[in-house]
Design a protein around this ligand. Structure first.
Ligand code: PLP
Length: 425
């Protein structure tokens, strides 16, 4: 490493410590203190020219980084009209609305755009209230963001406790448990709004039992509850389908999108509702607004992202790659960690490797970084290493990921031999 690169790293770290969160700088140090300065497809390049395969990014990069279709649209918008006055209509927003609703389940025709997943959740909470549903029900382990309303639904004490009181009238029930959900809905007929993920991402890739989502839909309909399906992480091809709800033919009243919606180029999210649920915002368009909602530059990114996913067949590619990676990871785990309590599971390109012991999960996460693969630990579970690689991975990218996963797992096995001893005792 040359001196300039070292000075660069120290300077950036020092500026983070001085002007932003010093804790954030400390965390980055644990991961090697790299500076990421460039990205393309499945790859991130550091200031020293080292390359990392991006199998993390919290689920943003289904189209990889800087997909040409997204860059083209955003570049054109950047050089014509990036931010609007909000006085006149904007053709980019109209195109984005049309394209997005062309890929959502039928009946979900009205879109409110925002800048983050949590904001999409806030809009859903407000739509629920506008429709007379004041009692919110979310699932333990569910992750919906950290703004105050969204946080009220993100049922995790470490995130909620410092900020109480949160929204009133919120219940949490176990994920996958329709009986518990029914018991809550019985107490709030015609007044509840249920929010659920098709697969819980931040909880550590928790896949519900078959039939769960359709049973949730049925019980919501029975008790007059609105159903919000949060596909901020699972939507737009991540699960090998455009939306997780498709697997059981469920139509929610509100569908949430984000992360991949900006094509890995611009932050943007969406709350997509039925005509009926959205109608109050038709009557009063200034009841829920924000300056950068549906900004032309973000709308261009939405158009680019949906075109890229559709035209490159990334939904099918995610299904195909997931169907290869999960068995490969299982094989590697069985060879090198036969005595560890460890489970590999996944749907499409949302893959989790869970360990009974969270220190082993942390060890694997670090060993992956040491082997030039970026993955994520899960925000609501430190037992699970989560992989959300792009669907644009080439064959050699896939081989690299499998090879480096194997090297990292071997390292973890060597560092933690006591499990073998226990198993052989
Ligand atoms: N909903 C789900 C399912 C998520 O996974 C996330 C973020 O991980 C959010 C909402 C919040 O999105 P954001 O971090 O963009 O606010």
């Amino acid at each position: 490493m040359n001196d300039d690169a070292v000075i660069d790293r120290l300077r950036v770290s020092e500026l983070y410590r001085r002007t932003m969160s010093s804790g954030r700088a400390r965390l980055a140090d644990v991961l090697g203190g790299h500076l990421e300065v460039e990205s393309s497809g499945a790859w991130i390049t550091t200031s020293e020219g080292e390359k990392f395969l991006n199998a993390g990014g919290y689920g943003v990069f289904i189209t990889g980084a800087r997909h040409p279709a997204v860059v083209r649209e955003v570049d054109r918008q950047l050089h014509t009209h990036p931010i609007g006055t909000r006085m006149f209509l904007d053709p980019a927003a109209a195109r984005a609305g049309e394209l997005l609703t062309s890929v959502t389940p039928p009946g979900l025709d009205k879109v409110h755009f925002s800048c983050s997943g949590a904001e999409a959740v806030e809009a859903a909470i407000k739509l629920a209230r506008l429709n007379g549903r004041r009692h919110l029900v979310s699932m333990f382990g569910g992750y919906h963001g950290k703004t105050m309303g969204a946080l009220s639904l993100t049922a995790k004490n470490v995130f909620q406790d410092p900020f109480r009181p949160l929204l009133p009238d919120v219940s949490h029930v176990p994920y996958g448990d329709v009986v518990a959900l029914t018991a809550v809905l019985e107490l709030h007929p015609g007044e509840a709004c249920v929010i659920v993920e098709p697969v819980q991402g931040e909880a550590g890739v928790i896949i519900p039992p078959p039939g769960y989502l359709s049973a949730v839909r049925a019980v919501c309909s029975e008790y007059g509850a609105l159903l919000v399906v949060d596909e901020v992480q699972t939507g737009l091809g991540r699960l090998g389908a455009w939306w997780g709800v498709e697997a059981e033919g469920v139509r929610p009243d509100i569908l949430l999108s984000g992360k991949a919606l900006g094509g890995g180029v611009i932050p943007v999210a969406a709350t997509i509702a039925t005509q009926e649920v959205f109608s109050v915002l038709d009557r009063d368009p200034i009841l829920h607004t924000s300056t950068f909602s549906a900004a032309p530059i973000a709308m261009a990114a939405v158009c680019g992202a949906i075109r890229a996913i559709r035209d490159d067949g990334l939904v099918d590619r995610a299904a195909e790659l997931g169907a290869r990676l999960v068995p490969e990871f299982e094989r590697i785990k069985a060879v090198h960690l036969p005595h560890h309590q460890c489970e590999v599971r996944g749907v499409g390109l949302l893959i989790g490797v869970e360990f009974a012991d969270p220190s082993i999960a942390a060890d694997l996460f670090l060993a992956l970084v040491g082997n030039n693969v970026v993955a994520n630990l899960s925000l609501n579970s430190d037992h699970v290493v989560r992989f959300t690689p792009p669907a644009v991975m080439t064959e050699s990218d896939v081989e690299f990921l499998v090879d480096r996963f194997e090297r990292a797992v071997k390292l973890v096995a060597e560092r933690n031999p006591e499990y073998e001893v226990l198993a052989n005792a």
